[in-house]
Write a protein that binds this ligand. Sequence first.
Ligand code: 6PG
Length: 517
Amino acid sequence: PTIDSSFFIPHFTPPSMTYEFGMIGLGTMGRNLVLNIADHGFAVAGLDKDAAKVQLLHTEAAEDVSKITGRARTVQGTTEMAAFIASLATPRRVMMLVPAGAAVDSVIADLLPHLSPDDLIIDGGNSHYVDTARRVKALAEKGLRSVGVGVSGGELGARFGPAMMPGGDPEAWKILKPIFEAIAAKAPDGRPCVAYMGAGPAGHFVKMAHNGIEYGVMQLLAEAYDLLRRGLGLSVAEIAAEFEKWNTTPELQSFLVQITAIVLRQPDDRDGTRPLIDIIRDRARSKGTGKWTSQAAMDLAVPAFTIDAAVAARDISARDTERAAAAQLLTGAAAPTAAPDRAALLDALPHAVYCALVMCYAQGLDLLRVASKEYGYGTDLATVARIWRAGCIIRAALLEEITDAYEANPALPNILQDATIGGHVVSRQAPFRAIAQTFITLGIPAPALLNSLVYFDSYRTARLPANLTQAQRDYFGAHTYERFDAEGTFHTLWSEVSTAQASGPAPQAESLTKPIG
Ligand code: 6PG
């Protein structure tokens, strides 16, 4: 198709040009992704209702030439849907990068009258997987192909190489593959950090689990910072130096550890002497992806202690006024008789943080394993771990071992059952427990770290006290229980022995036990 250039803010484009990719939503993420795609030699058209954003795209695209192709970028923006559609080569590849929720439905409604069968609609936002499942189905019924893709890495990732998690129509993915593989981050072995995550909304489900892990890791690092600051009395610069050291180790080398050090080194630009971190209010906001992860985990009966705790930690942080009042009323732990052993604590903390991080990744990946089975996504966990190694927010050296673990055993129930990873944790459990104890003794809250230890201890306990829970349920609600020594379900007519009579002969509950069904 040809385009009427009058629709466009005049710039590069010869009127008969067709574009290989279309982007709707030219906010920060959309614009940066357009520039990234154009840098790799693809012609990209952009659409946004806001002419200022279109103009900004043109300015940014014209600033220099692509360092990859050495040529000017072929980018054209417009505010007009009809012109945008007419400019795209068929089958059209149209990606939306608009805020999750109602905006996505509204863009789809605007797009539909302009699309033909076989065109591809790509949702690159942080959409809830439940919405994506609904949209994939509705679009398929109209003969349209759709791909829900999780894009991670923020502004810089979008510009120079994000991790991308596409799911949905496998044929549609094949058409997108060359572009996405070109623009995605490359792992240390050179492989692109993009791969097909599975059917339906699998791409957005994987991105959601990524964000759940992101919440857990961020909370763990915040707790470590708190222990060093308030527990050990280190200066912000000293803490930054610890994080810098951690980031050189195979245990902890990761994007989030790296940026934590950078954040801590930042002076306040109003004052120049104080660290900015000391001026930032301790009220964490969220857009909901961590909460969705916990909700999905609860729905699928997947224990996600660390992620749940990280979500709750943000919630309690937001109650700052209430906390300030409580701080006046409720005293904490008595001051320790001796100051914590600085050298021992500094030595133990990175090992404890490593163990807790492993628990966090274990939970997110377990959620993906169960969801894939339950919802039929066909997600391959080795592939997920492989594409998380670069570009995304949770990229970390430990993902190399996680990838190896799933490659060696695709049926691995949990990364803790991998001999190498499990061995690392077991050999570090002394510092893990020592740090947990230090938090408890000092009264410094560590919801994510403590729950990571609880997850580890629960997971490695062959016999949990759930026998008592079952007995109680059967007592008050005849909910039945199972026995080790016989098949089936049982109900007991529990003796009503009061405490006063309890010294008499033991009640014969056994004789009243009845198999059910
Ligand atoms: C990413 C991030 C990104 C966004 C988070 C923030 O992978 O690039 O996860 O998608 O920064 O969604 O989430 P909160 O606002 O909930 O912290």
